[in-house]
Design a protein around this ligand. Sequence first.
Ligand SMILES: Cc1cc2nc3c(=O)[nH]c(=O)nc-3n(C[C@H](O)[C@H](O)[C@H](O)COP(=O)(O)OP(=O)(O)OC[C@H]3O[C@@H](n4cnc5c(N)ncnc54)[C@H](O)[C@@H]3O)c2cc1C
Length: 515
Amino acid sequence: MSELRIVVGSGPNAVAVAHALLVRGFEVTMLDVGRTVEPDIAEVVARMARQEPAEWRADDKAIVHRLGFGEEAAINPKRTFGSAFAYSLDPGIDAPSGMRLYGSEAFGGLSNVWGCALLRARVSELSRWPAEVARDVLPAYADIEELVRRTSGPELFSPTPEGTHLKISPGARTVMRRFRHRATEMDANNVYHPMDVYPTPLAISAACKACNACMYGCVYGYTYNSRQTIEGVFADNPRFRYVGGTSVQEFRETESGIEIQALNQGTDRTEIFRAEQLFLAAGLMSTLRILWRSNSEVARTLEAQDSTTCIIPGFLPSPSAGFDPHHHGQSHLSADLQLPPFEQKPAHFQLYFNNPAVPDGLESRFPLLKRAPMHALVRLANRYLVFGQGYLHSDFCHKLAMEYGRDGRIKVSVKHNPDTARYLEVALTNFVRDMRRLGIVFLKRFADVTPFGGSKTAGALPHADSASPTTSDSLGRPPGAKNVFVVDATVLGASLGRNLTMTTMANAYRIGQRA
Ligand SMILES: Cc1cc2nc3c(=O)[nH]c(=O)nc-3n(C[C@H](O)[C@H](O)[C@H](O)COP(=O)(O)OP(=O)(O)OC[C@H]3O[C@@H](n4cnc5c(N)ncnc54)[C@H](O)[C@@H]3O)c2cc1C
C-alpha cells in the first residue's frame, strides 16, 4: 500500500495539513500552480532587501510601493511589491460585478498579500459545525502557532506586557492604555465589557524594521508567508516533495487509491499522479471547481456563507499620536464588539494607524492630491488618521448561491438577508460610540460598506455528521468519498467576524491528524 499523500495548493491550509501528515511519517507531495512575482520586480525587491529602508532608491520604491486602487474592482487593491501575481480570477465565474471571488495560483497562495493576523476563534463562532468538530479544532491552534513560530521566530504569539512583540504607533499605544484603564474600572464595578480591544496578533518576525511598508509587501520577508514554511521547514524533510507549475483538474477515486489528473503548465500536457489519499486546499472557488468536475454526488447548487465588510475612516485628535511614524504597517489593534446581538459572534474591527494605504487610496480617487504641497500635507495628516476594517459573522449576513452549470460555468447570486443592514447599523453605531470613549473619532457617514462578496466567503460544503450532497463529513470528505479530504475554507461552517485562516489552518491540521 502506498503511503503517499497528495496535497493540492501551497497556501496556509495546504501547509497546515502537510505538516500534520509529515509528523505522522507519511510521504507528502504538494501539487501547486505556484506562480511567483515577475522577475523584473523580484530583482528590485532583492536589491531593496540588501539595503536599510533609509537607503531605498526612489525609483525602486516607485515600482514596489504600489497599491491597486482604481484597477480591477473584483480584486483587492492590496498588491505584493506592486504586482497582482498573488490573485487569480476564474474567467468561468459569472458573479455580480465587483464581487471579490478571486482565488490564488501563487506559491504561498494569498499569504503573499495577507495581513498576517492570526486570530483564534471561540467555539460559539464556529456555528453550523457539529459540536465535536468545533471542539476538536481548538487544541490545534497551538500546533499552528508552533509551526508559524518555527518558520518566523519564537517571539510570535508570545504574550508580552504590551501584548505584542512588534512596534505599534504611539496613537495605538494611547488607545490601548485608555482601554486597559477603562477595563480595570469596569471589572472593579462588575460591568460587562461591550467591546474588547487588543493588539492584533500578527505573524511578523520580531526582526521587523518598523518601516511601515507592510501594505506593499515586506522586501525582507519578515511577514509570514506559507511558502516560507515549505522552503524553510518542509524542504529539509526527505519525505516532502513540492511540484510547482501543476494545475490539478480532477480526480478519480478507485479501490486502490486516488488518481489525479493535472495539467503540467510547462509542457501543456496532462499528467496522472497516484496516491493513497488526496487533500484539497486550492481555495474555495478552485476547490469547488475540482470537486464539481470529479464528484457527481456533490450538489450542483451550493450555498456559501459570506461576511458583510466595511471600511470606516477616523482620526485621533492627540498631538503625540503622529510623533513617531516608525512602526509596522499592518493592523495595530483589533476590537471585538460583543454586545447584543454579537455576544457569541463578535463583530470584528481591525484598526490601522498612519497607514500608507489611506493616502494612496485618497490620491487615486482625487488625483489633485498628488501635487507637491498637497501630497506632503496628506502624508502629514495621515499620521493622525485611523481606519477601521469591520466584518460581521456570516450568521448575520447574506448568503451566496453557487450553481455549477453543464457548460462548466459557475453562476453566483445573492440570497438577501433582510436583517443584515440593521445588524450592521448596530455594529457601526456602537463601535463609533465605544471608540470615541477611547479617543478615536470615527466618521460613520463615510463608512464604505460591501454588503456581500467582499472577499470573506466560505463554507459551501460544511462539515456535518455525515456527508450529503451539500455537506462534507467531519473530516471534509464529500459524498461518496473515502480518501478525498477538503481542508480549506470550503468546509467551514461559517465565515467568522474575525480573520478565519487561523481556524481553517487548525481544522486542516486536525483533519491531517485523523485522515
Ligand atoms: C488582502 C488579503 C488580506 C488577508 N488578510 C488576512 C489576515 O490578516 N488574516 C487571515 O486570517 N486571513 C487573511 N486573508 C485570507 C487568507 O489569505 C486566506 O484565508 C488564505 O490564504 C487561504 O489559504 P488556502 O490555503 O485556502 O489557499 P490560498 O491562499 O487561497 O491559495 C490557494 C493555493 O492553491 C493553489 N491552487 C489553486 N488552484 C489550484 C489547482 N487547480 N491546482 C493546483 N494548485 C492550485 C494555488 O497555487 C495556491 O497555492 C487575507 C486575504 C487577502 C486577499
